[in-house]
Write a protein that binds this ligand. Structure first.
Ligand code: ZN
Length: 245
């Protein structure tokens, strides 16, 4: 029984998940890597073959997989948006880019771009990956980007200091994971099991008075409050009647 959805588990640790990789997104990040190589290795034989077969004279950004095409090419074209939002051009001599500009921008915009003063040195224009400091593609950065674009299904508090939580020193991984499940409400409490089994008895087995929910079992339950108070730490939990005030 899955008490937490896959989105909560695969989310990065600093965002409240436990960073378990989602194979579907890993696959997309690897396809993005293929796109990056396609754009940055224009003289490779496999790139020349794909261009000749699918692009003809068009730019990669202006193509779609219509008709018959390989699964790889379909995957690559489906990643165009992801790539286009994560790259930018560093203009060098700008000489070889005019045909490309004409395939992306309107004539007026191309004219405006052409008026930009170019570098005097002879460095060629190059594409850089904006998601890393060094400007080169990394599958990890692409994966993080794809993950961040997914709709949030988290029930975790967005303002919770997850980074601090995961860097608490001298705590065993087992306890750390238990605390994460507790904070994320992913423990097999009766109330959580009852979400899947409507007829399931959710009453707390300790006091028999209220539903076994997270706050109740660890803080509100009358018997648990007695335990906390009589324990060596002598924790005094305020009466449940004051909760919510
Ligand atoms: Zn109770």
């Amino acid at each position: 029984m899955h008490l937490l959805d896959w989105g909560s588990i695969s989310r990065l640790k600093i965002d409240g998940g436990v960073s378990i990789r989602d194979l579907k997104f890993i696959n997309r990040a690897l396809i993005a890597k293929l796109c990056w190589r396609f754009l940055t290795e224009p003289k490779s034989v496999w790139v020349l073959l794909l261009k000749a077969k699918y692009l003809k004279e068009r730019a990669f950004w202006n193509t779609n997989h219509k008709g018959k095409s390989t699964t790889t090419w379909k995957g690559m074209t489906s990643m165009k948006d992801h790539i286009s939002k994560s790259v930018c051009w560093v203009i060098g001599n700008g000489a070889q880019n005019i045909p490309l500009l004409q395939t992306i921008f309107s004539p007026a915009e191309v004219d405006a771009i052409c008026l930009i003063r170019l570098s005097r040195d002879a460095t060629v224009d190059r594409i850089i990956w904006t998601k890393t400091n060094h400007g080169l593609f990394s599958t990890q950065s692409s994966y993080s980007c794809i993950l961040a674009q997914q709709p949030s299904t988290s029930r975790s508090a967005p303002d919770f200091p997850w980074k601090k939580f995961w860097t608490i020193p001298q705590i065993s991984p087992r306890i750390h994971m238990f605390m994460w499940r507790l904070i994320s409400n992913g423990l097999p409490l009766k109330s959580n099991i009852g979400r899947f089994l409507p007829q399931f008895d959710k009453i707390c087995v300790i006091c028999g008075e209220e539903d076994e929910e997270l706050n109740h079992l660890f803080l509100k339950c009358r018997t648990i409050r007695e335990f906390w108070f009589l324990s060596p730490i002598g924790l005094r939990v305020v009466s449940s009647s004051n909760w919510g005030n």
